[in-house]
Write a protein that binds this ligand. Sequence first.
Ligand SMILES: CC(C)(COP(=O)(O)OP(=O)(O)OC[C@H]1O[C@@H](n2cnc3c(N)ncnc32)[C@H](O)[C@@H]1OP(=O)(O)O)[C@@H](O)C(=O)NCCC(=O)NCCS
Length: 143
Amino acid sequence: MTALENDPLEINFRTRKWVRPEDLNANGTLFGGSLLKWIDEEATIYAIVQLGNRRVVTKFMSEINFLSSAVQGDVIEMGLQATAFGSSSMTMRAAVRNMITRKPILTVDRIVFVGLDASGVPFPHGFTDITYDRDRIPQEPLA
Ligand SMILES: CC(C)(COP(=O)(O)OP(=O)(O)OC[C@H]1O[C@@H](n2cnc3c(N)ncnc32)[C@H](O)[C@@H]1OP(=O)(O)O)[C@@H](O)C(=O)NCCC(=O)NCCS
């Protein structure tokens, strides 16, 4: 496992979501399940870009700490950063913040994705560092 040196301030907040009525809980604030779905989808796309493999699966998520929330009409932004590359896996951390209140909403220290081959077996990706480009995006169709 190659651990990367990460500056906590370096995380890139790329994706924004608008909190809609269907994203609320009974308390009238952002439903955690909606937020986790958005994070998992965002993390999947990030893993595809980093590992050059569309057959990536979520293997592990560490403790999730909800620090504050959002209400209908708020805009939140999500950021991910790779923290380590293994043989078939990669680890990333996630942060979400509220663009309106400027408060952090949650952090996840470790999300692990594993790249699989066509048989569903962990597949060595050969990467040890982050790409900030689109150079690894797979072009071939899924079999
Ligand atoms: C992903 C899966 C194929 C891995 O199988 P496995 O038998 O654990 O495979 P391995 O033991 O070879 O581990 C594969 C990688 O995962 C890592 N890993 C396994 N368990 C882990 C855990 N609990 N935490 C963090 N990493 C873990 C291993 O370290 C290894 O990484 P490396 O190749 O970079 O060294 C299997 O667990 C699986 O199919 N899980 C379900 C995935 C899923 O459905 N996710 C939700 C929907 S996307």
